[in-house]
Design a protein around this ligand. Structure first.
Ligand code: AMP
Ligand code: MG
Length: 487
């Protein structure tokens, strides 16, 4: 186990030329206070979790004091934002400190909100406490759900005022990922006509993240194909769990298929396919049901950026499997959630279910969790499920089809229920839960809610009898929370 001083930090990314980043030091954060420390993320880099108890822990974790070996850089990237290309974005408020070895691979450590960089474009380089708590908790919630994501090691708060719609206070999250490289990291060089940089970046990514392709004659195409598959699978997981990212710009799309850059995200409460969590997204470009198509659109932008390394035909061939990979992954996940063997024939059952859930405004997560206890015996009306519907006849009609399918294909009720509970979460980071944790931290300096949520969200498939209320649907005040991009 390492101490802060002995963490063997290196920085692979700076082996790339200076075209790819700007050396940038964090801006000191006044009166930093460690609000939360994530022991499970610390273990990934063999950092002794007891380091969090040190008086100078907050200084290390917000960038006031640099971890030895840090070589902080802000990375350059571009991106398509809401469909329009922005030729230069880059880490405007993130700094890559370096990377640390873990038992299962190398983790990059990145500060988010550590002050302006050459890519800040006139903004302050800070993140507010509200959005930092949301990113901190949601990345860990996604991990708990088994969905690929960046991780979060620590949350540091400060009284420093940060001005958004109103004055808020600043915070810094220390994030971790095998790589923070985005689709936009390639797009910036395509736009500039810098084919050598595209090749260098692709070689870097292949060497460190897709080494299985390093010796292939068509390694760039295979790398693209792997990103296509990873993205399709990620979209299937988002759709199956009911997660809406909110800002699927190409600069927020990970080349490893990780959920990246948590902004105005939201989990579905009632099943609403057209749900738009980001109140700045007036056209609904990133509505919940658009996400799989947007994933494909974004991959096309990545493929275009890689065309200096392969023919257009080769790039097209790599993207072509996206719809079928998405569809089969989604069907597999949904069949598992229904307790059925994966089978394309179940599509009608899935579609019909989603249709009646939407029409009856039924809470998606609560329904799916209760469905684990569906009883197949003929007399069982399954009242706990049926009562969630206004149109009971619609539920009964679907339940009859479901029952028949279970009897033909599934294990006995108890075995199936047990299996279904491992894929239908009881706990999600619903917006109202995040809001409660934010209010307690902001108004009373009370971080106990963050700790409770972290515990329950790290194992969302288990029962937590003393935390039953955290599985409740949103109260009336929280029915219409929409979240802004100004984080
Ligand atoms: P996002 O929508 O959060 O993914 O951010 C889009 C771009 O804006 C990225 O290049 C960010 O680094 C940059 N950005 C967002 N907020 C800030 C901020 N407060 N200061 C500087 N840059 C920012
Ligand atoms: Mg971003």
């Amino acid at each position: 186990m390492f101490e802060f001083e002995s963490l063997p930090l290196a920085n692979r990314f700076i082996s790339l030329s200076g075209e790819f980043y700007e050396n940038t030091l964090p801006t000191p954060l006044p009166q930093p206070r460690l609000l939360h420390f994530n022991r499970s993320a610390a273990e990934l880099i063999q950092l002794d979790p007891d380091q969090a108890a040190r008086a100078d822990a907050a200084d290390y974790l917000c960038g006031n004091r640099l971890l030895p070996g840090s070589q902080p850089v802000a990375a350059l990237y571009a991106g398509h934002q809401f469909g329009y290309f922005v030729p230069q974005l880059g880490d405007g408020r993130a700094l890559l400190l370096g990377d640390a070895p873990g038992a299962d691979g190398i983790w990059e450590l990145q500060l988010k909100g550590a002050g302006p960089t050459p890519f800040s474009r006139g903004s302050d380089g800070r993140a507010v406490l509200r959005s930092s708590i949301r990113e901190y908790l949601c990345s860990e919630a996604m991990h708990g759900l088994g969905i690929p994501t960046t991780r979060a090691l620590s949350l540091v708060g400060s009284p420093l005022p940060v001005y958004r719609e109103t004055a808020e206070s600043a915070a810094v999250v220390l994030r971790m990922a095998p790589s923070f490289i985005r689709f936009g990291s390639f797009e910036v060089f395509f736009y500039r006509g810098q084919a050598d940089e595209i090749r260098a970046l692709a070689d870097f990514v292949i060497a460190h993240h897709y080494p299985q392709f390093a010796d292939s004659s068509d390694k760039y195409a295979r790398f693209l194909g792997a990103v296509v598959v990873a993205t399709a699978k990620l979209m299937a997981q988002w759709q199956a769990v009911g997660f809406s990212h909110g800002v699927m710009n190409t600069d927020n799309m990970s080349i490893l298929g990780l959920t990246l850059d948590y902004g105005p995200f939201g989990f579905l409460d009632r099943y609403d396919p057209g749900f738009v969590c980001n109140h700045s997204d007036e056209m609904g470009r990133y509505a919940f049901d658009q996400q799989p198509d947007i994933g494909a659109w974004n991959l096309t932008r990545l493929a275009q950026a890689l065309t200096p390394l392969m023919s257009v035909e080769a790039a097209r061939a790599e993207i072509a499997p996206y719809p079928s990979v998405f569809a089969s992954s989604y069907i597999d996940l949904m069949c598992a959630k229904l307790g059925l063997p994966a089978d394309k024939d179940a599509v009608a059952l899935i579609t019909q279910l989603l249709d009646i859930l939407a029409k009856n405004r039924v809470d998606y997560t609560i329904f799916m969790r209760k469905l684990c206890d569906f009883g197949t015996d003929a007399q069982n009306l399954n009242a706990p499920l049926r009562d969630l519907f206004v149109d009971r006849a619609a539920f009964d009609a679907w339940a009859a089809l479901y029952r028949a399918r279970l009897l033909a294909h599934a294990a006995d009720d108890a075995t199936r229920a047990e299996r279904m509970r491992r894929v239908n979460p009881k706990y999600l980071l619903r917006n109202y839960l995040a809001e409660k944790a934010i209010a307690a931290a902001r108004d009373h300096g009370d971080t106990s809610e963050i700790e409770r949520l972290m515990q329950v969200l790290h194992s969302p498939y288990d029962e937590h009898p003393d935390m039953e209320s955290y599985a409740a649907p949103p109260p009336d005040w929280a029915q219409h929370i929409s979240v802004s991009c100004s984080s």
